[in-house]
Design a protein around this ligand. Structure first.
Ligand code: NAD
Ligand code: IPM
Ligand code: MN
Length: 356
């Protein structure tokens, strides 16, 4: 029997609502597969915890999480706690401490009814964004000088180390070679004359080792345009932390919105647990009302299963999501339906079981 030990960090707002549905799906799989089981340990960390205890997670929180195979996270951040505190002390801390330097965010249209793009279908919008997830503009390096004075200056430094830049680009080349797909680097070397010039150099240099991979390189502004007017030109995209953040919300807009966008924060060496989460945040505007779409969080479960070499189940979960979205009655209001968060999770779990 294989057991995957999962730390649940439901977090804030709609986080707990959508994580509960992902867990429902994992439990359904456990009932069907006698060789696979999951153990769940929940951590009550987040903004409420901060308001009560003055901290987002336990002091030894990272130590506690280290013992798990994976972290399944909902969302972090809520009005009442400044975002730079809540995110830096929980979500970004986990990504950093566990060196989850690869962020895998598929931009995959599951059904043509979901895209706002005219006459685009599933075959036009199907690519993977590989976002650098450990440094760059998110290094946390900066300063505020001469605070309050007329000469005040604030610095936020993008950090691009040899190790950090090379490993993400190499990961992307490996993925492109393994899948036979094209690889597109998105950067901004015309204006960011240190960081992105370096990124472009490393992209070219590492590329010498992968002569069979067909590559493209775009500036991020042009890439944003192509995402919308010619998404079919992308297969695998590799980009920096901030560009990847922005581009994947744009990607979400092309494929059905944030309710359907997933991300895996991966430490490929498996030295530390990887973390699976929807791309969206805590959505305070709809929290607590049963309106949140749990499909992004359920898709994260599919990514988690793939990561643990349970690709058969990973694919099965994605297939069921593909089925579910064909019927408006199955869906939450963001996708034009009237179903609740729990209804959607229930439909996925029962459809999964009925396929067996
Ligand atoms: P958000 O993703 O929470 O919401 C943006 C919009 O998308 C809102 O209108 C929301 O209702 C909608 N939406 C998001 N998820 C949805 C879902 N599953 N179903 C239906 N609609 C959904 O972004 P925001 O409003 O900019 O941020 C809110 C808080 O979340 C902030 O504190 C922010 O820092 C944080 N945040 C956290 C994460 C994370 O934990 N990974 C990601 C993004 C934002
Ligand atoms: C995401 C989020 C985070 C990020 C925020 C909440 C720090 O937007 O996961 O996309 O910028 O990485
Ligand atoms: Mn984001």
């Amino acid at each position: 029997m294989k057991t995957i030990n999962i730390a649940l960090v439901p977090g804030d707002g709609i986080g707990p609502e959508v994580v509960a549905e992902g867990v429902k799906v994992l439990k359904a799989i456990e009932r069907m597969d006698e060789h696979l089981s999951f153990s769940f340990t929940e951590f009550p960390w987040g903004c409420e915890h901060y308001l009560q205890e003055g901290k987002m997670m336990a002091d030894d929180g990272i130590e506690q999480l280290k013992a798990f195979d994976a972290i399944y996270l909902g969302a972090v951040g809520y009005p009442g706690v400044p975002d730079h505190i809540s995110l830096w002390d929980l979500l970004l801390k986990i990504r950093k401490e566990f060196d989850q330097y690869v962020n895998l965010r598929p931009v995959t249209l599951l059904d043509e009814s979901l895209t706002p793009l005219k006459s685009r279908t599933e075959k036009d919008i199907d690519f993977l964004v590989i976002r650098e997830n450990s440094e760059g503009e998110y290094a946390g390096a900066g300063d505020r000088l001469f605070a309050g004075k007329p000469e005040e200056v604030v610095l936020q430094t993008g950090v691009f180390s040899r190790k950090g830049t090379e490993r993400i680009i190499r990961y992307a080349y490996e993925e492109a070679q393994r899948t036979g797909k094209t690889l597109t680097s998105v950067s901004k070397g015309n204006a960011l004359n240190y960081s992105m010039v370096y990124w472009d150099e490393v992209f070219e240099e590492v590329g010498m080792e992968y002569p069979d991979v067909e590559t493209y390189s775009y500036l991020v502004d042009a890439a944003s345009l192509y995402f919308v007017n010619d998404p079919g030109r992308f297969e695998i995209v590799v980009t920096s932390n901030l560009f990847g953040d922005i581009l994947t919300d744009l990607g979400a807009a092309l494929t059905g919105g944030l309710g359907l966008a997933t991300g895996a924060n991966v430490n490929p060496e498996k030295e530390f647990p990887s973390m699976f989460e929807p791309v969206h945040g805590s959505a305070p505007d709809i929290a607590g009302k049963g309106l949140a779409n749990p499909l992004a969080a359920i898709w994260s479960v599919s990514q988690m299963l793939d990561f643990f070499n349970e690709e058969r189940w990973g694919a099965e979960v994605l297939e069921v999501i593909r089925e579910i979205i064909k019927e408006k009655d199955n869906l939450t209001p963001d996708l034009g339906g009237k179903a609740s968060t729990a209804d959607v999770g229930g439909s996925v779990a029962s459809m999964l079981e009925s396929r067996k």
